[in-house]
Design a protein around this ligand. Structure first.
Ligand code: NAD
Length: 367
């Protein structure tokens, strides 16, 4: 399927770097909305899952379609969101690209959905922003991404056409985002931040909250595209504002999960039934996303598979605490939350889901 470009709206081709737990379902919604998504990830498995979106079988690991060539796929999905859109003649398609340097070809914007600011900077610049720019003809520090066609130092910035926007939807460090946006602007491009809340389930359902930091013109320009991924797209403020509110939101979310887990485990050990406690609390003032969603769906079921790792949660908590400290806010609660989550992360296997903190607490209580 050939995609059309429009001079008055963002183009229908979008680049996407970071096809992980969140990236894959987010790209599915872009395809369903008619975008042609050019995806890149350093993980071969992630690229294969992405390429399989064209046949609608991305969520069936090991399927025949996943073994298909990952290069140059046009057309779109069958079942699911994108499949329904295809039946209605509205779907776009996917191209899994093998090198970072061509992910933005023909695109007005490249979306990043990466673990953290270190990786975002290395993908954009081919180095950390705090590192000196390498002299012409050298490659600087070893890039995490594969060598990029035409890219200075292996970074995306060297391969994008002037005027292309980079939309960092990762949960990055807001202070570093501001610095990175200045470097990107000096190269004639725009970087905005647009992190999300709602988890993997929200990404699949297309119900994410998207919080945007950047100039109003950029927000207005990309709001329709972001609206294909999430249900609400809010202009949080200037560059870095989205990343700041995202980190602070996660500090509250982590505090809620910790406090509710302590209380629910104490109640269980007192003799109460957790499901009954949740019914009462969810009609009372102690309710939160943790009691309404995480405890019933991931803790009581003993699945612990919400899709958001404890490692990434702790990264966000440290960012939030540094914002509290930098702004002079007494942060006793934040410090206690970070210390407990760090202790859990140190004790548990590296890829543990963040909801496993409830099991960790129960174990420490002797269960
Ligand atoms: P993930 O680890 O599942 O996915 C990250 C992807 O980035 C992986 O596929 C990895 O291979 C890829 N990657 C790493 N380095 C790369 C590089 N140099 N070049 C290209 N690709 C590279 O993580 P996720 O859970 O999808 O989270 C992504 C971001 O979204 C994080 O910043 C996270 O904090 C945030 N977030 C996650 C959730 C969630 O519920 N999982 C919710 C909201 C926000």
């Amino acid at each position: 399927m050939t995609t059309e470009q429009s001079s008055s709206a963002p183009g229908r081709v979008v680049g996407f770097v970071g096809l992980g737990n969140m990236g894959i379902p987010m790209t599915e919604h872009l395809v369903a909305a008619g975008y042609h998504v050019r995806g890149f990830d350093t993980s071969e498995a992630a690229l294969r899952t992405f390429a399989a979106l064209q046949s609608g079988s991305a969520r069936q690991p090991g399927s025949k379609a996943q073994k298909a060539s990952i290069e140059a796929s046009e057309s779109a999905n069958e079942p699911g969101e994108a499949g329904k859109a295809r039946e209605a003649g509205k779907a776009g398609g996917v191209t899994a690209v093998g090198e970072l340097g061509s992910v933005g070809d023909g695109a007005d914007a490249v979306i990043l959905m990466l673990p953290d600011s270190d990786i975002v900077e290395r993908v954009v610049l081919g180095r950390l922003a705090s590192e000196a720019q390498p002299a012409a003809g050298t490659t600087g520090s070893a890039p995490l991404a594969s060598p990029a066609r035409g890219a200075v130092g292996g970074g995306l910035l060297g391969s994008l056409a002037p005027g292309t926007a980079i939309i960092d939807m990762s949960s990055s460090d807001p202070a570093r985002t501001r610095v990175l946006a200045e470097i990107v602007a000096s190269a004639g491009m725009t970087l905005i931040d647009a992190p999300v809340s709602g988890g993997v389930s929200g990404a699949r359902a297309g119900t994410l909250m998207i919080m945007v930091g950047g100039p109003t013109e950029a927000f207005d320009r990309f709001k329709p595209m972001l609206g294909a991924i999430g249900k609400r797209v809010v202009h949080a403020g200037d560059i870095g504002a989205g990343h700041a509110v995202k980190a602070l939101n996660n500090l509250m979310s982590a505090a809620h999960l910790l406090a509710s887990s302590e209380a629910l485990i104490a109640g269980r050990r007192f003799g109460l039934v957790p499901a009954v406690m949740l019914e009462i609390i969810n009609g009372s003032s102690g309710r939160s996303g943790s009691t309404e969603n995480k405890w019933p769906n991931y803790v009581l079921t003993e699945k612990y598979d919400a899709g958001f790792s404890m490692r990434l949660m702790v990264k966000d908590l440290k960012l939030a605490l540094s914002i509290e400290q930098a702004t002079g806010v007494p942060s006793a609660a934040g410090e206690a939350v970070v210390a407990t989550w760090e202790a859990a992360l140190a004790d548990l296997p590296p890829d543990s889901d963040h909801t496993a903190i409830a099991r960790w607490l129960a174990n420490r209580a002797g269960e």
